[in-house]
Ligand binder design. Structure first.
Ligand code: BEZ
Ligand code: FE
Length: 306
């Protein structure tokens, strides 16, 4: 084993210090992190001034965090890490509704509302009927699914960002499906908005020539007994930011035509229909489990193992 640290033997010097008795998943993750960090420093020949800038940036990122602001998650979001963690952990069977980034604006404990309720409590914005079904991979309705929804208001802010201006739980609701798996409620047609950009992450985006906007979307968290939890959005087709979402959350199957209903009378002006397809809990989505199964399968076929 390498005795002293050097540029060429840097990885071995650090990773060689870990005890063989240390927890295996932690040592696996840390060893890989060290390999990639050292490769990065060598790749760009990081200067001391740049290293100090990075430390100062991370320090400010931590200082920006509070009970209501998580700047590190925002950093992970704009670097595409949140979406990548989501991707490797949600390799769902074909036909399932894709997941996307959770975001910081979900609120626990929003009361269940009766199906069909209006969730826009301030009455501002263009009313929109959201409706569809929660179904399994065979298209069978799922009853007792909880459909937890949240969106920004007509000015592009969530209620928690404006506690003195918006009513609590404005544009939020939780709905429980019946035997037909259907859900429906009236919100507003969401608008595009910037992610919080008054901190170090916003500053970084500015330096990189990136805008902070997200395309208009409605958030959904769908849970149902015996089925995998789904965290997703529906995006408004035609939005100007669909191809440049600041947090890379857009997936083609999540883009929905919002239908404008002229002369709708008492009916909401817009309608957005979308069905959510949930795989069963036992469907394999975990990367390591899948790798183990694949290895077993190739072993069964008598192929060479590596
Ligand atoms: C959101 O869609 O609410 C969101 C997601 C990531 C970062 C900021 C906001
Ligand atoms: Fe959002």
């Amino acid at each position: 084993m390498t005795r002293y640290f050097s540029e060429t033997a840097s990885v071995e010097a650090v990773n060689g210090r870990m005890s063989p008795e240390a927890e295996t998943r932690l040592t696996e993750v840390m060893a890989s992190l060290v390999r990639h960090l050292h490769a990065f420093v060598k790749d760009v020949t990081l200067t001391e001034a740049e290293w100090e800038t990075a430390i100062a940036f991370l320090t400010r990122t931590g200082q920006m965090c509070s009970d209501t602001r998580q700047e590190f998650i925002l950093l992970s979001d704009v670097l595409g890490v949140s979406m990548l963690v989501d991707a490797v952990n949600n390799r769902k069977p074909a036909g399932s509704t894709p997941s996307t980034v959770f975001g910081p604006f979900h609120v626990d404990g929003v009361p269940e509302r009766s199906m069909g309720s209006v969730i826009s409590l301030d009455g501002v914005g263009e009313p929109c009927l959201f409706e569809g079904r929660v179904v399994d991979l065979d298209g069978r309705p799922i009853s007792d699914a909880l459909v937890d929804v949240w969106s920004d208001n007509a000015d592009g802010f969530y209620d928690v960002q404006q506690p003195d201006i918006q009513p609590q739980h404005n544009n939020r609701g939780v709905f429980r499906t019946g035997a037909d798996g259907r859900y429906w409620f009236t919100g507003i047609k969401p608008v595009s908005y910037p992610i919080p950009d008054d901190g170090p992450v916003g500053e970084m985006l500015g330096h990189l020539g990136r805008h902070p906007y997200r395309p208009a979307h409605m958030h959904f968290l769908v849970t149902a007994p015996g089925h995998q939890r789904l965290i997703t959005h529906t995006f408004v087709a035609g939005d100007a930011y669909l191809d440049s979402d600041a947090v890379f959350g857009v997936k083609a199957p999540l883009i929905v035509e919002f239908e404008r209903r002229e002369g709708a009378g008492d009916e909401p002006l817009w309608r957005a229909a979308y069905d959510f397809v949930l795989p069963p809990v036992e469907a394999v989505t975990d990367t390591r489990q899948r790798a183990a199964l694949d290895a077993k399968k190739s072993g069964n076929r008598g192929e060479a193992k590596h």
